[in-house]
Design a binder for this molecule. Structure first.
Ligand code: NIG
Ligand code: FE
Length: 375
């Protein structure tokens, strides 16, 4: 058993119910888990000591929505959008072509590079989706590659209907052979429920088939316009309804009484020039919210949780503390994990030391590399 004392913490965010933030704090890590929390005056003896010199320490970020298994570049599409072109779901097909043409080594290299980028910015848990293969072989290898890096893998064969394929036949494939081959590599099943992707009955069929083989449902919903995706998420007990950009009062009410986390992905609105989701309305209604990057080459090519957190504070009506909670504990809830996203006694000791006296600097100093170390 090895033990480490982390001490001289100016501000420690633990999300303990009675005391979510401590000042002048210390904690002990034993065998990778938080074993003790207190002040620097009464610390137990440990094998090693890590003095952070008065810095702020926060839980590692939980990025509950990424699409890291891809190849190719869509910067030209981004450039066109910034000069007035609208975002359309169909751009996904460009990445599908490049992904199918890539070797396993190239795809694995891309995943590893982005995960490294994410970790350097404080992300310690990441979900990764398939969805740029759209054949049995390419979806299966996408998930197998993702699985080497995270247990939080999501089968997204239902991302779009591939070019030249009959819709009904493709839904049959996704709910049949493709699901059978992909399920062993996945924990979650997801569907892009949106005009231009899958309708509500198709989405329900996909999630129901996934659930029947033991996968847990999550959904891309209400990204580009109002629609039935959020209501479907609540109906099937999905862990997450991600995007939530266009919501009716009925959608907000349904989420508020449910087990479904509303996943907010502000990098998407930033890079598609869509209106930001209204986080304030969701939080005031009692909905649990998460913030994630949605890191993908089309709609949101950022790997930075601090960037997304800053956008959420500036443009979505969240306080810095609410945004930090959504990027840590909210992400963990969205992945149905209670071992990460907080630093209460018993948690996995995933934590970030900031080059700042307070977590507020994450939003106050946007674009500045504030992460000193990630454990
Ligand atoms: O989450 N919404 C669907 N899928 C991705 C976009 C993928 C792409 O444009 O390549 C998203 O935004
Ligand atoms: Fe996505």
């Amino acid at each position: 058993m090895t033990s480490r004392l982390v001490t001289n913490i100016g501000e420690l965010v633990t999300w303990e119910p009675d005391r979510p933030i401590r000042h002048d704090a210390a904690f002990v890590v034993e065998d990778g888990a938080v074993a003790w929390i207190g002040g620097p005056g009464d610390t137990p003896a440990t094998d090693t000591v890590h003095d952070v010199g008065g810095a702020a320490v926060v839980p590692g970020f939980v990025d509950s929505h990424t699409h890291l298994v891809f190849a190719g570049d869509r910067s030209a599409e981004f450039e066109a959008r910034m000069t007035g072109e609208p975002y359309a779901a169909g751009g996904i097909r460009t990445t599908v072509e490049a992904t199918r043409a890539a070797t396993d080594e190239q795809l694995a290299g891309t995943v590893a590079r982005h995960l490294q980028e994410m970790r350097a910015q404080g992300t310690t848990t990441a979900e990764i989706k398939s969805g740029y293969g759209l054949t049995v072989h390419d979806e299966e290898r996408s998930l197998a590659i993702a699985r080497r890096s995270t247990p939080e893998t999501t089968f997204l064969g239902a991302h779009v209907v591939p070019v030249g394929t009959d819709r009904a036949a493709y839904v049959d494939l996704v709910t049949g052979d493709m699901l059978r081959r992909c399920a062993p590599h996945a924990r979650w099943i997801d569907v892009f429920c949106e005009d231009g992707a899958f309708g509500v009955d198709e989405a329900r069929a996909v999630l129901t088939a996934g659930t029947a083989v033991g996968l847990l449902p999550r959904i891309h919903a209400n990204q580009l316009r109002h629609g039935p995706g959020v209501q479907l998420a609540v109906e099937v007990g999905a862990a997450a309804a991600d995007h939530c950009t266009y919501l009716t009062d009925a959608d907000v009410d349904a989420l508020a009484g449910s087990v479904t986390v509303a996943g907010l992905l502000p990098g998407v609105e930033f890079s598609t020039r869509q209106p930001y989701p209204d986080a304030r309305r969701l939080i005031d209604a009692g909905v649990t919210v998460s913030i994630a990057t949605d890191c993908n080459p089309g709609s949101s090519y950022t790997s930075s949780m601090p960037f997304c957190l800053a956008l959420a504070v500036r443009d979505m009506g969240m306080s810095p503390l609410e945004a930090l909670r959504a990027a840590t504990e909210g992400g963990a809830t969205s992945l149905r994990r209670d071992d990460v996203g907080h630093l209460r006694v018993g948690a996995t000791a995933d934590f970030v030391v900031l080059d700042a006296p307070s977590y507020v600097h994450l939003a106050y100093r946007p674009g500045v590399p504030l992460v000193t170390s990630v454990s």
